[in-house]
Design a protein around this ligand. Structure first.
Ligand code: SF4
Ligand code: SF4
Length: 67
């Protein structure tokens, strides 16, 4: 089964601080309408940098099936 690691944001806990956006090497994160961070899953390589800097602890990197 094909799978890859992808970051996921718990929207309800996101403070929209933008810290994750700054550290992503793939520009996969953006803050949507000033409300919460979103992940472009096609760009994310699952490196986990975003999860490491999130002050709210609301990003997790999980193995996801691609099929
Ligand atoms: S896991 Fe890495 S590539 Fe994916 S959104 Fe976070 S910082 Fe970007
Ligand atoms: S670092 Fe965390 S709290 Fe800040 S915008 Fe990203 S996901 Fe939201």
């Amino acid at each position: 089964m094909l799978s890859k690691k992808i970051a996921a944001v718990n929207k309800s806990r996101c403070a929209a601080c933008g810290a994750c956006v700054k550290v992503c090497p793939r520009a996969a994160l953006s803050v949507f309408r000033g409300c919460y961070a979103r992940v472009d899953e096609a760009m994310c390589v699952g490196c986990g940098r975003c999860a490491g800097v999130c002050p709210a602890g609301c990003i997790s990197v999980k193995e996801r099936s691609l099929v």
